[in-house]
Structures are given as C-alpha cells and as structure tokens.
Design a protein around this ligand. Structure first.
Ligand SMILES: NC(=O)c1ccc[n+]([C@@H]2O[C@H](COP(=O)([O-])OP(=O)(O)OC[C@H]3O[C@@H](n4cnc5c(N)ncnc54)[C@H](O)[C@@H]3O)[C@@H](O)[C@H]2O)c1
Ligand SMILES: O=C[C@H](O)CS(=O)(=O)O
Length: 483
C-alpha cells in the first residue's frame, strides 16, 4: 500500500483500552483516496455501548496516569514523539492516501504534529501553582492546578495528525485521559498514531480512538458526565451544535472553528514577498486550511503589479496526485468541496468578477480543482462572506487603511489575518485593529507549537499550543488552611 514500510501501522480497527476492536454490530465505513476515488480501507463503526466502554476505560486509566510524576509522563510522551518521527515517512504516506495532500505537506504535518508532543512533554513539568498572603492571620492560601480528567476530542480531516496531537499532547501531559473521534474521511492516520502511542507505553485507556457515526458518537461524548472536557476542531456550524450539547454537563470547551482570513497588501509592501506569502497562505493543502487566505485585498497603487506576478505564480502550480513529487496542489477532499468551489466562482462571476486563471475542476476522476484567481471582487460575493475551503484566490481592490480594516473585519469569523507592509506605525495600527486571534505580518505561515493558536467570534474559544494550551486541560483549585 503505497510502500508503507511498517504494515502494522496500517490499522483498520478502533483502539479502545489498549485493544484493537471491530464494531460489535458489524457496521463499517469506507476510506476513499480523494485523488483516485479508490477504496483504501474499511474501518468499523462502533456501537453506542462500545463508545461508552471507551469512556469507562478512560475513566479507569485516569488515577494511575495522574499519579505518575510529570517527569514520568514526559518520558512516555517523548517516546511517542520519537516513534512518530522515526515512522514519519509511513505516517505521511498513510495521510496522503486518505487525505490527498502532497507528500511533502504530509511530512511537514507529521513534524508539526510531533512538535506539540515534544512541547507539552516539557510543559508538563511547569504546571506551577501559587501562594497568596492570607486574608486573616491564621489563614494560609495556596492555589494548585490539577488535570481536568477524562477528555474527548473531535477532529477534522484536513490535518488528520496535527489536529489530534495538538489536543492529545497537552491533555496527556496534564494528566488527563482522552477519547478521540477522528473525521470519517481520515481515520487511518489517527489509528497509526494510536499504534505508536501503544508502542510508546501510553497506558491502556489513556489514549483511545473511536470510530462511528459522528452525530451519535458526539452525542454520547457530550452527554457523558464522566467526560469533563470536549476539544473540537471543525466547522463553526458543528462547533455550535457541540457547544449546545455540552451545556447540560457544563464541560470545559475548546473550539477551533472556521475562518475567513483577509490577506492585505499595502502600497509599500515588498510585492515579491507578498506574492510568495499569498501563495503559501492561500494554496497550502489546496486551500483547505482554517487559516487560509480567503480574501486578498490589494491597495490600488500596486494592484496591477501584484496581480500580474500573483497570476504568474499561480499558473506555475502543478495539480496532481499527492504521491507525485511534482505535485503542488492535491485533490479536494470530496465532490461537495468541488461543488462549493464551483458555486463560489459562479457567484463571483454573477457580480462581475473576472477569472484570470483556473476556474474549473480539472478531471473526471479524483477531486482535482484548478488553482483559480478572480479579480474585481466585491464584499457582497460568497468568496467574501463564506469560508471557501478551496484553491480560489479572490482579489479585492482598496484605497486606504481605514477602508481595508472595515472590509477585513466585515465577517463573523476571527481566526487568522495577514498583511504585508513596511511602515512600522501602520504595522502596529493594523495589527491592533484587525479583529482576529492571530495576525501574520509579512508572512503567510503563522502556525507553530510555541504560539497560542486560536480565534475569536465565530472562529472559536480557547487556544492550542504555547504555554497557554496546557491550561485548557487543567482546573485551578484554591486551598485555604486555618492554622
Ligand atoms: N480552527 C482550526 O484550527 C481548524 C482546523 C481545521 C479545520 N477547521 C475547520 O473545519 C472545517 C473543515 O473540517 P470538517 O469538514 O471536518 O468539519 P466538520 O465540522 O464537518 O467535521 C469536523 C469533525 O466533526 C465531526 N462531526 C460532524 N458533525 C458532527 C456532529 N453533529 N456531532 C459530532 N461530531 C460531528 C466530523 O465527523 C469530524 O470528525 C472548516 O470549517 C475548517 O475551517 C478549523
Ligand atoms: O486548518 C487549520 C489547522 O489549524 C492547520 S495549521 O495549524 O494552520 O497548520
């Protein structure tokens, strides 16, 4: 299977309490290669009782895992980190097979995903508390932080490894246990991660991967009183549903949701650098990332130069199977994604947008779509209002700073924003005025384990990565001792 060296990483069963299990009702789901539409694997759909068993296993595993010292948990996590890097080529191949991204991007995701394990293995030893001067002479006050307990993660298909480790690493480092429900499109990468977790010595029940009908599994995880936290990465629509479902059990929540990133190029920008940054921010994962540039705003003084250079760079992008070394842009995940891209282009054309390159699906087999640039875009178009999640780059013209800030902020989303400029006063003004959780200045790539990743408004709640990411899996307790 596409030259995976260690065949035992290619798992087609769920992983619960350290065991590989089939669904006890016999239901399965297909895993399809989006580049070829070929069947890649068949994985089980667990029954409700099996999902409940996973929660029980995570509960049983909690006390012994929490009883370990932070250093002991660190050592086990570092072993997991080492095994992931040791098997990075196989993990990348499994990822490209089920998700479609170019092998080089899959490899980069493996390294990125592993970095969260290394980071939080270290952070585990820095769960500091505090002492507070007593409010009365005979009172002594301390504040301690403790693991939340059993946690659940529901993750998307676009980054099938990193969106799991970005949650599991801080959870396990803090002393929590976790049940992961991966996306139905990409379960194989999650199961390979579980195999390596097992080999690393992560105790049975501490890390579990359940596969099943999303709505039902989600409902069980949300309604369980034993699950004390839910971390979700996915669309805003689903995030809202999960938030509602978690309300009755008052769970801690982390929501990493949709985006609609503006990418702004000011007159004094380095145009070549801005073109490179726009290509990176727009076309990574074929435009299927939550932080992709969704709208490209270019100031009137340089729009002709920028557009000409940008179109040239887009035209040079190679679309193909992720296993082909020449490929820059892989397939979209499914036909729905292709249809959404077509609808956004048709809508832009209906409002006098002009396709400068691309504009249509590429082949009948596989879900390939031509990298597309549309000029003369307006704020009333779908490409301005919705997350496109495809390789479409709409260009909007603007005249001044105040106008583009208003345009950029004209969205319910607030995840990432980017801009290119050299005037340092403008850099500070615009960074502060943009209503987004993350801002890239003169760069199109901002994702790293050392910084707090997350959004505001309809893009979510909480942060992942950085020292802040651990707090999402800790509860604060205040102890008052009368002496
Ligand atoms: N903010 C981030 O860090 C981030 C990262 C990646 C993707 N995303 C967002 O995710 C979306 C694309 O990913 P997707 O198509 O997998 O999103 P999605 O919301 O459709 O699915 C995400 C996960 O939720 C599950 N799910 C779907 N409906 C559910 C329900 N009713 N109950 C419980 N679980 C349910 C899916 O099976 C999957 O595992 C985009 O909007 C993208 O912006 C955000
Ligand atoms: O889809 C967005 C993910 O968060 C991927 S990344 O963190 O931007 O690489």
């Amino acid at each position: 299977m596409h030259r995976v060296q260690d065949a035992s990483l290619f798992r087609q069963q769920a992983y619960v309490n350290g065991q590989w299990i089939d669904g006890d009702l016999g239901f399965t789901q297909d895993v399809i290669n989006p580049a070829t539409n070929e069947l890649v694997a068949c994985v089980p759909q667990l029954s409700e009782s099996q999902v409940h068993s996973a929660i029980s296993a995570a509960q049983q595993a909690l006390a012994p895992w929490q009883a370990l010292t932070a250093k002991a948990r660190q050592q086990i996590l570092l072993k997991w980190h080492q095994l992931i890097l040791q098997h990075s080529d196989d993990l990348a191949r499994i990822m490209t097979l089920e998700q479609g991204k170019p092998l080089a991007e899959a490899q980069a995701e493996v390294n990125y995903g592993a970095s969260f394990i290394e980071w939080f293995a270290e952070e585990a030893k820095r769960v500091y508390g505090e002492t507070i001067p007593g409010h009365q002479a005979d009172k002594r006050i301390t504040v301690i932080k403790q693991a939340v307990g059993v946690t659940a993660a529901i993750t998307p298909w676009n980054f099938p490894l990193a969106m799991i480790t970005r949650k599991a690493a801080p959870a396990l480092a803090a002393g929590c246990s976790m049940i992961v429900k991966p996306a139905p499109q990409t379960p194989l990468t999650a199961l390979a991660l579980a195999e390596l977790a097992h080999r690393a010595g992560i105790p049975n029940g501490v890390f579990n991967v359940v596969i099943g009908e999303a709505k039902k599994v989600g409902q069980i995880l949300c309604e369980s009183h034993q699950v004390r936290k839910l971390s979700f990465t996915g669309s805003t629509a689903v995030g809202v549903k999960l938030m509602q479902q978690c309300a009755p059990t008052v769970k801690k929540l982390s929501l990493e949701l949709g985006g609609n990133a503006p990418f702004i190029v000011f007159n004094d920008a380095d145009i070549e650098a801005a073109v490179t940054g726009a290509i990176q921010a727009k076309f990574r994962n074929a435009g299927q990332t939550c932080v992709c540039a969704n709208r490209i705003y270019v100031q009137s003084g340089i729009i002709k130069q920028f557009t000409s250079k940008f179109v040239k760079a887009v035209t040079a992008l190679n679309v193909g199977d992720g296993f082909d070394v020449e490929t820059d842009i892989g397939p979209l995940i499914n036909q729905d994604a292709v249809d959404k891209a077509k609808s956004h282009i048709a809508n832009a054309l209906s409002f006098n947008g002009k396709v400068l390159v691309g504009g249509q699906p590429l082949t009948d087999s596989g879900h390939f779509f031509a990298p597309t640039v549309i000029s003369n875009c307006q704020q009333n178009m779908l490409v301005a209002k919705e997350e496109t999640f495809g390789p479409i780059a709409p260009i909007f013209e603007f005249d001044d700073e105040a106008q583009v800030i208003e345009m950029a902020n004209d969205t319910d989303f607030g995840l990432a924003a980017y801009f290119y400029a050299n005037d340092i006063s403008l850099v500070y003004r615009v960074s502060e005025a943009l209503e987004f959780g993350m801002v890239g200045v003169n760069t199109g790539l901002i994702s790293t384990e050392v910084a707090p990743f997350g959004g505001i408004k309809s893009s979510g709640i909480g942060r992942e990565g950085s020292r802040h990411g651990l707090d999402e899996y800790l509860e604060m307790k205040y102890v008052c001792v009368s002496i």
